[in-house]
Design a protein around this ligand. Structure first.
Ligand code: NAD
Ligand code: UGA
Length: 466
């Protein structure tokens, strides 16, 4: 078996996956030249910004890596044609959102972007090229990619050959660099042993061989959707139990510890919260349910649908609870919102529970004072959309906690940022109205630290109210 020696890599898509993933590969493999291409010129300019605090993605540890490798063996560009032409291996790392119209709208994955960049690969590639699916896609997408690569008109008359691999990404935002540097496993699906080995050789620069597993293409594609479905299912399960804890006097934290010690269950990913957010869990489960229906398995589809239903309900019940505790009325009441990103250590707001909860509170007439250490005001305005515009005087934003608590009647803590763990609640107590409430949807407030405070306290999954 002759294994192609990879020298030049192209990654199409400079987003949350493409940017950090290629940065780590460049850092670990100085012998490789990596070009990350994107059609979004503004995004590429930000990746190339001299001021490293301006790179478009905030991830702990990313700036340091960019400083080491950018313009040495990692390049960000919008020049697609020559980049594809000069590459031995091409990663497809573009967005695969939920379809908004046509067959499968609201559920199926829209693979237009995957298809569009595959066409570009087909058009410009020369020689033998390995194409790697990094995006999360419906099972059997590799079939479509192969069909496009093998049947499209080319820009040049040279003989070309393609091999398609699936190499899903399992990084989580906020810990992307750590996850990439020390992955639990690397999954490679494919048919061609030599191409699989070429990709494996790249990872072997820093990942132990026993952590690299190979499967057929379809198992690899489906494993990614399955992993996300199982992870989201754990969150919906614990969130469902958090509601039961609250009405029975149980404490979800204690329940979590008790079940987590069972090695078959394990302790990770069992934190109750305001519902999962992020760009992928919801879209990937919707995609999974669509596939189940498509393949004639409606019972399987409705099983997974419940994971999403509980998640929507968790956000709704927290919103309703805030209203109820404030005497059923928040009109003209000032409320501090702590955290807008979907989890700590990221500036990503996609599907953040904060969006739904803030919109509902605004709709009820509340005046929101929103804080987040990394998300900016323009992004919040974007997420609040028309409602945010119509109520522009009813919400304000601040990057620092300075006067966020002045005269508020409630504080709703929605993201588990480290800075919220060290708030001096005694000082906050002097600034807020009375009576007032602190709603901790992330269970990061230590009840001992508020025992001298006047405000009332609610924590997700804590049955202290019966
Ligand atoms: P993203 O939206 O942040 O980035 C995708 C980028 O691709 C965009 O910048 C877009 O301009 C670019 N693009 C689209 N079509 C293009 C084309 N034809 N040519 C050049 N550039 C093009 O998305 P993301 O969060 O990086 O996710 C990418 C994929 O990875 C998705 O399938 C997602 O499900 C999957 N994934 C995401 C994460 C995550 O944490 N965000 C983790 C694992 C897997
Ligand atoms: C998730 C997966 O963890 C990654 O493995 C996967 O690669 C990625 O989706 C993807 O495919 O996009 P991510 O969404 O970035 O990663 O972040 P998570 O840490 O999984 O958190 C997702 C949401 O669940 C967040 O809103 C988080 O606050 C919430 N969560 C997580 C909980 O409410 N409780 C928990 O115990 C864990």
């Amino acid at each position: 078996m002759s294994v192609k020696n990879i020298k030049t890599i192209c990654c199409i898509g400079a987003g949350y996956v493409g940017g950090p993933t290629m940065s780590v590969i460049a850092d670990k493999c100085p012998h490789l030249t990596i070009n990350v291409v994107d059609l979004n010129e503004e995004r590429i300019n930000l990746w190339n910004s001299d001021d490293l605090s301006k790179i478009p993605i905030f991830e702990p540890g990313l700036q340091e890596i960019i400083e080491r490798v950018r313009n040495k063996n990692l390049f960000f560009t919008t020049e697609i044609k020559n980049t594809i032409k000069n590459s031995d291996m091409i990663f497809i790392s573009v967005n695969t959102p939920t379809k908004t119209k046509g067959i499968g709208a609201g559920k199926a994955s829209d693979i237009s972007w995957v298809e569009a960049c595959t066409r570009q690969v087909a058009k410009y590639a020369v020689g033998d090229t390995i194409v790697v699916e990094k995006s999360t896609i419906p099972v059997r997408t590799a079939e479509a990619i192969k069909a496009i690569l093998e049947n499209s008109k080319r820009d040049n008359k040279e003989k070309c050959s393609f091999s398609v691999l699936s190499n899903p990404e399992f990084l989580a935002e906020g810990t992307a660099i750590k996850d990439l540097q020390n992955p639990d496993r690397i999954l490679i699906g494919g048919e061609d042993a030599s191409s699989i080995q070429s990709l494996k050789d790249i990872y072997l620069n820093w990942v132990k061989e026993e952590k690299i597993i190979t499967t057929n293409l379809w198992s690899s594609e489906l494993s990614k959707l399955t992993a996300n479905a199982f992870l989201a299912q754990r969150i919906s399960s614990i969130n469902a139990m958090s509601a039961l804890c609250e009405v029975t006097g149980a404490n979800v934290q204690e329940v979590k510890e008790a079940i987590g010690l069972d090695t078959r269950i394990g302790s990770k990913f069992l934190s109750a919260g305001p519902g999962f957010g992020g760009s992928c869990f919801k879209k990937d489960i919707l995609n999974l349910t669509y596939l189940c229906e498509y393949f004639g398995l409606p019972e399987v589809a409705s099983y997974w649908e419940q994971v999403i239903s509980i998640n929507e309900w968790q956000k709704y019940r927290i919103y309703k609870l805030v209203i109820n505790k404030l005497f059923g009325n928040v009109n003209k009441k000032k409320i501090a919102i702590l955290g807008f990103s979907f989890k700590a250590d990221t500036n990503d707001t996609r599907e953040s529970p904060a969006i739904f909860i803030c919109k509902q509170l605004l709709n009820e007439g509340a005046i929101l004072k929103i804080h987040d250490p990394k998300v900016d005001e323009a992004q919040i305005a974007f997420e609040l959309g028309e409602l945010g515009k119509e109520n522009s005087l009813n919400w304000s934003f601040s990057h620092n906690l300075g006067n966020i608590f002045d005269n508020v009647e409630a504080i709703v803590l929605l993201t588990e940022w480290e800075v919220y763990k060290t708030i001096n609640w005694d000082l906050v107590n002097d600034k807020i109205m009375t009576p007032a409430w602190l709603f901790d949807t992330r269970r990061i407030v230590n009840p001992d630290k508020i025992k001298n405070c006047d405000f009332k306290f609610w924590q997700v999954g804590l049955g202290n109210d019966i």
